[in-house]
Write a protein that binds this ligand. Structure first.
Ligand code: FMN
Ligand code: SF4
Length: 613
């Protein structure tokens, strides 16, 4: 297999062609070497990647580097990774931090030559201790609108000195960074450069110039090029979302590969083993990087090696990892409750004599059943419908948000291979649940769509779930009531086939109370635009007729002819059964049945409750 072939970057031999793409795990860069980060990296090395590229270590003007301390930490990291026969490369971002970075359009023009020299000097010194600590390579990050990329980019770089003007001048800072590393670490020390040959819009760098940048970098004797696409305004192109079905970066990366002879590294939704193998076979890339997929499943390579690709836990592209990093200070993963929790010592009790009943076969219920079963308990899972998945069946299907369906398929496979007794078409109620029989009852009954009080709604409106699962068909002209996340998604879904889709939102704009995160929102808004979805904001739907929707905007009543009306006004918990079962320590509620929210809550609560009986 191409994926598993030994390969080289400079003189660095790698066991295979898969690398952990850089992942900043802590928002505060001073926690760069935290125990949790080390464990995170170790797990991925243990999982079989050939190379770990760390998250970006910033070299900043106003922050001193404690070189002695950093060297000790790096030695530790190198040892951890080498123990698993993998290699490690430190990513360094001159002038900025990866996560706290905002594109400041003036920093390129305001930084003095003296300060440029200071940054280069710090970068050189840091690289020297990186090498001395036993780290196998350095990657300089000059991508995605960060400081070096701003220097490269005509749009942002207006300097009139030797660092502005021609492409050679705009690349001067980068050249000096490369020279500093080469001078202090030696020509042989592997150096990778991450850059952006295409910013993803028509304002920034275009591919033709990107190819010139690649050639200049190759002439500067870097050992590999790491290609990235996008920047903050096009962030969904750098960090893909669930709305992008296909890998978006490999096309550009392969056009860079056409122009250079050094190895080219790329990433961006390259988690499908067959697709990854094909990309390598066709010579589009030399190394395949994964960030999300290895957050979700650190053992991706091991599972390929062991011929068990069906066991790979699919990333659902929810970007809650990024959301948690930005909002809570460290990463998390929806489908991998152990991610960034790897150091936690789990309860190692066995529960062979325990009986567990899980009510509800959505992702939270399935996870709870599996984790209790893995602890040895005798588990029953009751699902009232004839299909497992709960609201996840609507959240993703084979045509829209496919990543979710892949994960659900994985859960189903795992469940059917487990010892869990699955009872389909069985709804729990106070009469048929024998409370004495079970040691724990996990209520994972999910949520149902809210129906607002609109005239005519009962007869003429389908729910978003019914449309997304294909239970109900939609026509040529579709109206969606509610511009929250689900409303926008169902509008985008229908927009692929319908002639016209309208969203009616009572607030000033769509996605106000439910933004899915910056890159996801960019991608979703683009999808709506591409699919010709029209938004009526500050608009209240007052009546739904058989072929019309009536709404009030700016004090006026308007009517639009439509043939399908979809309600997406939110969800309400199905907590009635839990209430009926009465307050008892053995009955617990998880996921949407507590409060409708992102799936991360249901899965993590299910995992925890299933393991603690
Ligand atoms: C939580 C998170 C942290 C990231 N941190 C970095 C970083 O420090 N440096 C960097 O160059 N890219 C970083 N990236 C971008 C990834 O390396 C990768 O390019 C991107 O996620 C697309 O690849 P994927 O589809 O395999 O995830 C990060 C991405 C995520 C999701
Ligand atoms: S949090 Fe979501 S997007 Fe991030 S790795 Fe996990 S499943 Fe994938």
């Amino acid at each position: 297999m191409e994926i598993l072939k030994k390969s080289y970057i400079g003189n660095m031999e790698l066991n295979n062609r898969i690398f952990l793409a850089p992942v900043t795990t802590e928002k505060d860069w001073k926690d760069f070497f935290s125990k949790k980060t080390k464990k995170f990296i170790e797990k991925r090395a243990e999982g079989g990647v050939g190379l770990v590229i760390t998250g970006g270590y910033p070299v900043l003007l106003n922050e001193n580097i404690d070189y002695i301390k950093v060297k000790e930490e790096l030695k530790d990291l190198a040892k951890i990774v080498h123990n698993h026969n993998a290699k490690i490369c430190l990513q360094i971002t001159p002038g900025c931090q990866w996560i706290n970075y905002k594109l400041d359009k003036n920093s390129v023009n305001e930084i003095s030559e003296e300060n440029i020299k200071i940054l280069i000097d710090k970068l050189g010194k840091l690289s020297k201790i990186v090498k001395e600590a036993g780290i196998d390579a350095v990657e300089i990050n000059g991508s995605g609108g960060n400081l070096l990329d701003q220097f490269h980019t005509k749009r942002w770089n207006n300097r009139r000195d030797g660092y502005g003007g021609s492409l050679e001048n705009r690349m001067r800072f980068t050249q000096e960074c490369i020279n500093a590393v080469k001078n202090l670490c030696g020509e042989e020390y592997p150096l990778i450069f991450k850059f952006t040959p295409f910013h993803g819009d028509n304002l920034g760098t275009q591919l033709e110039e990107g190819q010139e940048i690649a050639k200049i970098l190759e002439e500067s004797k870097i050992d590999a090029l790491h290609v990235d696409i996008g920047y903050s305004d096009m962030w969904y192109k750098s960090i893909d979302t669930v709305y992008q079905e296909e890998p978006g970066q490999v096309g550009i990366a392969s056009k860079i590969k056409d122009k250079v002879s050094v190895p080219v590294l790329g990433q961006g939704k390259l988690s499908d083993p067959e697709a990854a193998e094909k990309i390598l076979k066709e010579g589009k890339l030399d190394f395949i990087g994964m960030a999300h997929q290895l957050i979700a499943d650190p053992d991706w390579v091991k599972k390929i090696r062991n011929n068990t690709p069906y066991d790979i836990v699919h990333c659902i592209s929810c970007n809650d990892c990024l959301g948690a990093l930005i909002n809570e200070g460290e990463i998390k993963c929806s489908v991998n409750p152990l991610c960034y929790n790897e150091n936690i010592i789990h309860n190692d009790k066995s529960y062979e004599n325990k009986y567990v009943l899980v009510l509800g076969g959505g992702p939270g219920g399935i996870t709870a059943a599996l984790s209790a079963s893995e602890k040895g308990a005798q588990v029953e899972l009751w699902e009232k419908t004839n299909e497992l998945g709960g609201n996840f069946l609507a959240a993703g299907n084979d045509f829209f948000k496919k990543d979710i369906r892949k994960y659900l398929n994985y859960l189903n496979r795992k469940l059917f291979r487990s010892k869990v007794k699955i009872k389909m078409l069985k709804e729990g109620n106070i009469e048929n649940i024998d409370l004495d029989k079970y040691d724990k009852i996990i209520v994972a009954t999910g949520s149902r769509p809210v129906k607002t009080d609109i005239k005519g709604r009962n007869n003429n409106v389908s729910s978003a779930n019914e449309i997304l699962t294909g239970d109900k068909k939609f026509g040529r002209k579709v109206a969606v009531i509610g511009g929250g996340l689900v409303g926008c998604e169902v509008a985008g879904f229908c927009g692929e086939k319908a002639e016209k889709v309208f969203i009616f939102e009572i607030l000033d704009d769509i996605l106000i109370n439910e933004s899915p995160g910056v890159n996801d929102e960019q991608a979703l808004r683009k999808l709506l635009k591409d699919r010709n979805v029209e938004v009526f904001s500050s608009s209240k739907v007052v009546e739904v007729k058989e072929k019309e929707i009536v709404f009030e905007k700016d004090g006026e009543i308007n009517t639009i002819e439509v043939d399908t009306v979809i309600g997406a006004e939110g969800y309400i918990s199905n907590s009635e059964l839990y209430e009926e079962l009465g307050k008892s320590n053995k009955v617990v509620l998880i996921g949407d049945a507590i409060m409708p929210a992102n799936v991360i809550h249901a899965i993590h609560q299910g995992y925890k409750e299933g393991r603690n009986l």
